[in-house]
Design a protein around this ligand. Sequence first.
Ligand SMILES: [Ca+2]
Length: 189
Amino acid sequence: MRLVVSLIGGVLMVALGSSSAQALATYVYRGDNFDTIEDDDPPAGSYDTSMRVTVSITLPTELAADLVLESVTDQIVAATIHDGRRSFTDVLATFSTDASGAIVEWQVGTPWIPSPQLGGGVFTRHRFDPPPGTAATSDSGSIWLDPYSADSARIVDSPGTWALIPEPATALLFGLGLLGLAAQRAGPR
Ligand SMILES: [Ca+2]
């Protein structure tokens, strides 16, 4: 059994080594809670101040350094944007990054969904517009009916945070590889 575990671990380590160049990069956004709610009836239900915009975007590689409002929409491997009530997988994303590749500006959202169907969308934006240093920041979710009836939620001037998380499959392989190594070291001398 120990030998089998060691062999599996070794194979996984080799697989990890050969595929690391293609490791995916997933960026996760957590907005701050909405502070402004508008509620009509219809639509049924309401946003509330426990809700927020959250985003997950998986790209083929980590973002390059020093991007300036660069669209990555065409590179998205998988994405979800959620406003507390609805989730969407059709996502538009534009980023600026600093010298270390960290996200410093963004415009991320769903394409606008037109009325008279259940329309609306989700949006997070943190962007520095001229004059330099002037931040325009807002997160919002909305559900629209035609005509003139809408639920919406937003928070202004309170940007959330982005985090780069390990691609799950890669992390799993890495963990199994470490287990294999540990089993080898614990084996008979
Ligand atoms: Ca409502």
